[in-house]
Write a protein that binds this ligand. Structure first.
Ligand SMILES: NC(=O)c1ccc[n+]([C@@H]2O[C@H](COP(=O)([O-])OP(=O)(O)OC[C@H]3O[C@@H](n4cnc5c(N)ncnc54)[C@H](OP(=O)(O)O)[C@@H]3O)[C@@H](O)[C@H]2O)c1
Length: 351
């Protein structure tokens, strides 16, 4: 595991003005495909619009969606990212770093602020320009890598547990894929909501999920949770390896099931037909069947920071790699067997 100080910015730099270079190190792809297509390159440092901030990135956290957008599959993703080739070419979404410039209409962030959040223009670059409302201040106690790991996975876990499932104290909650990017945060958030957590993951991660607070941990290779007879009020299924009907058998009559696997499906639409079919089935049962898309709400970034600052949540960073090893990190994320989050140390100062 990464030590919290490993990615801290150089001491004394918080409020020091810095002279911006004209170019920056980044990794980028010139066509859709696997992570091996990534090449190191120098790109112009982006300029800021009136409502943007320019962030000198320290850490960028990866998630499965980064692999899909790199690959341009399912093809419907290309409507947003470029039909023939990826528009910008720099992958990655989540990051943490230091604000180095702000647009004329930005009031709540200033140069020197340490922030975390997201960009739609690629986070595997030394400098990232994005609207100021994509970022909030890094919570005390979280390293840059831990803060970077909060955005997409944290928003998904928070909105699934708090908003979709509306988890209440004492409820019995099953989290399948509990050791991954979303799952390990969902375990902690569910515990903070006062519920009982059963966590499903591989044998190597059983102790990891117990340490996060899971009351019970199940190795999916040794036990099929759908055959155990136990019934749950809420199920967050991050992998969907068992059929919907099997999951519904272990869901309370008025329980909530969140099928949350964004992978699989056909090459054109991916999981979309499966998600729509589940939503239609939801109309004909008392059980709540609720696949959902997480939303990038700034208020929820603030809520995540608050959970961290008050000791109720801390992302686990399973692996940190330098920017030169971003392709290997993305390949690991593509396996679907990540412990916590994989983070790229973007700002190692060498460029
Ligand atoms: N709804 C949304 O808006 C939204 C947003 C973000 C992500 N997602 C989706 O959420 C899913 C999870 O993302 P993630 O970042 O957490 O992925 P991840 O980091 O790759 O985690 C995958 C987890 O699944 C576990 N796993 C693998 N095979 C399993 C099996 N057969 N049974 C039970 N657990 C198994 C892994 O455990 P071991 O390593 O121990 O095998 C690991 O804990 C992805 O499909 C992603 O697309 C949805």
């Amino acid at each position: 595991m990464e030590s919290p100080a490993a990615l801290a910015p150089p001491a004394g730099e918080r409020s020091a003005p810095e002279t911006l270079p004209t170019t920056m190190r980044a990794v980028a792809q010139d066509r859709y495909g696997p992570p091996e297509l990534l090449s190191p390159m120098r790109l112009p440092v982006p300029t800021v619009g009136p409502r943007d901030v320019l962030v000198r990135a320290h850490a960028a956290a990866l998630h499965p969606g980064d692999v899909f957008t790199m690959a341009g599959r399912p093809f419907m993703l290309r409507l947003a990212f470029g039909l023939r080739r990826p528009g910008l070419g720099v992958p990655g979404r989540d990051l943490a770093g230091t604000v180095v410039a702000v647009g004329s209409r930005v009031e709540d962030l200033a140069p020197g602020d340490e922030v975390f959040g997201w960009t739609a223009r690629g986070s595997l670059a030394e400098y990232v320009a994005a609207p100021a409302h994509h970022f909030v201040r890094r919570p005390a106690g979280a390293s840059m890598a831990q803060a970077a790991a909060l955005a997409t996975s944290g928003l998904t876990a928070l909105q699934a547990c708090r908003d979709v499932a509306k988890i209440r104290p004492g409820q019995r909650v099953l989290i399948v894929g509990a050791s991954g990017g979303v799952g390990h945060l969902a375990v902690q958030i569910t515990k903070s909501l006062g519920a009982h957590v059963t966590a499903v993951c591989g044998a190597a991660n059983l102790d990891f999920v117990r340490a996060l607070g899971a009351d019970r941990a199940i190795d999916y290779a040794a036990e099929d949770v759908t055959e155990g007879g136990e019934v749950f009020d809420v199920i967050l299924d991050n992998v969907e390896t068992r059929p919907l009907a099997a999951m519904r058998r272990i869901l309370a009559p008025d329980g909530t099931l969140i099928p949350n696997d964004g992978t699989g499906g056909g090459p054109l639409l991916g999981p979309l037909p499966r998600i729509l079919a589940t939503r239609v089935r939801d109309l004909f049962t008392r059980q709540r069947l609720r696949p959902f898309l997480s939303l990038e709400k700034r208020a929820d970034l603030v809520a995540l920071a608050e959970l961290v600052a008050t000791g109720r949540l801390m992302p686990a960073v399973g692996r940190v790699v330098p920017l030169t090893e971003a392709a290997s990190a993305l390949s690991q994320v593509a396996t679907g067997h990540t412990r916590g989050k994989v983070v790229v140390n973007v700002g190692d100062g060498s460029g």
